[in-house]
Design a protein around this ligand. Structure first.
Ligand code: G6P
Length: 369
């Protein structure tokens, strides 16, 4: 086991650090900058069907569901096809309206989650086209889907999903870009810019990993807090949900993720000097509005940990701590803002003496209801 951990204390930490390579593996062969194309057989073979879909329904569970939420933003933004994101467990039992004009995308690291599998079987019975985004090759969901794309993240051992999440977002972004290009929704320059930025992501993730000591220090300050709040907007709202989930899963600290603007409809009542609030406030993506949320938190004496774009001064002047991530296109920010949140939950869990790789009551793959 020590050998498999490759010098890291835990599989989770190893997998967090594998993300630059994993993301590269995900886009390798697909992202063809010189040719100005994205190559994805599963999409190309079914292009017409997907492009004429009335809507895309994404079904998933857990962290994969969060990747689905990020995809909703990018698909609607770039492809202009309506997207619904469903918990597979709810979708399968609520007599959903599914037609042969729907495309269902199932996202699953393991490809074995019982609810997700049942959801796609139901979708198929109702004539929908099912596209699987899985990590495990030959898994049940991959086999049950009409077509699909693998994430190629490599084996993920830690129960809390890390590299599976960022590679899911990578694949889903490639799909969105490919569809957007085929539909003529992006200019050649915009498309090329996306490809170039995507190619630059692994090096930027590497940069996010380098500030680990700083994140560790912040973790030592807040490790005994009984509650955490995570806020984000737009593309970074699902990242806030994922950050909170990660903390809950491995440190057993109660954490809630919320869209920043919804704070005033409830969570603001929880804020006092005991409450750490992690706010994702990158420059692109409703920055000024998130800054005003930070002011509201500050005036209620909440502790602010800001996830900001490199060089940011405004949030720095208000926050207790900031963690910088490199600049990128708004649609790609989740691939960067996720990283410090993974590290934060990892360090807090380790400092609290928790079993990070195998948290209590959780399973890597939930193959029963
Ligand atoms: C379990 C795991 C999570 C995972 C979820 C969905 O709850 O602990 O990490 O996100 O299942 O799993 P899947 O394999 O379908 O992505």
């Amino acid at each position: 086991e020590q050998i498999e951990k490759n010098g890291y204390d835990h599989f989770m930490l190893k997998e967090i650090h594998e993300q630059p390579e994993a993301i590269k593996d995900t886009y390798r062969g697909r992202l063809r900058i010189n040719e100005g194309i994205i190559k994805m057989a599963g999409i190309e073979d079914n292009l017409e069907k997907i492009l004429k879909a009335n809507r895309i329904i994404i079904v998933a569970c857990g962290t994969s569901w969060h990747a689905g939420l990020v995809a909703e933003y990018i698909f609607e933004d770039l492809v202009r096809i309506p997207v619904e994101v469903e918990y597979a467990s709810e979708f399968r039992y609520r007599n959903p309206v599914i037609t042969s004009n729907d495309v269902v995308i199932a996202i699953s690291q393991s490809g074995e989650t019982a609810d997700t599998l049942a959801a796609i079987k139901l979708a198929k019975q109702n004539g929908a086209f099912v596209f699987g985004v899985c990590n495990v090759v030959g898994s049940s969901i991959a086999r049950e889907s009409h077509a699909g794309a693998y994430t190629h993240a490599g084996p993920e051992i830690g129960v809390a999903s890390t590299k599976a999440f960022t590679t899911q977002i990578t694949v889903l972004t490639l799909i969105a870009l490919k569809l957007a290009q085929s539909k003529g929704m992006l200019s050649k320059t915009e498309f090329q810019q996306y490809l170039a930025e995507m190619e630059a992501i692994p090096a930027k993730v590497e940069k996010c990993l380098k500030i680990d000591d700083h994140v560790k220090y912040i973790s030592s300050i807040y490790k005994d807090s009984p509650n955490f709040l995570y806020l984000g907007r737009g593309y970074n709202f699902p990242v806030a949900l994922e950050g909170a989930l990660k903390l809950k899963e491995i440190s057993y600290i109660h954490a809630e993720g919320y869209p920043a603007a919804e704070m005033k409809h409830g969570p603001i009542a929880l804020i006092d000097e005991q409450m750490p609030v992690v706010v994702i406030a990158t420059k692109k993506g409703h920055y000024e509005k998130v800054v005003s949320n930070i002011q509201e938190i500050k005036s209620r004496k909440g502790k602010i940990i800001g996830i900001v774009t490199e060089g940011d001064e405004e949030v720095r002047s208000m926050a207790d701590f900031v963690i910088e991530v490199p600049e990128t296109l708004e649609g790609l920010t989740p691939l960067l803002t996720t990283i410090p949140l993974q590290l934060l939950s990892y360090h807090i869990a380790v400092m609290r003496g928790c079993n990070v790789d195998q948290p209590r009551n959780l399973a890597k793959s939930v193959t029963v209801e």
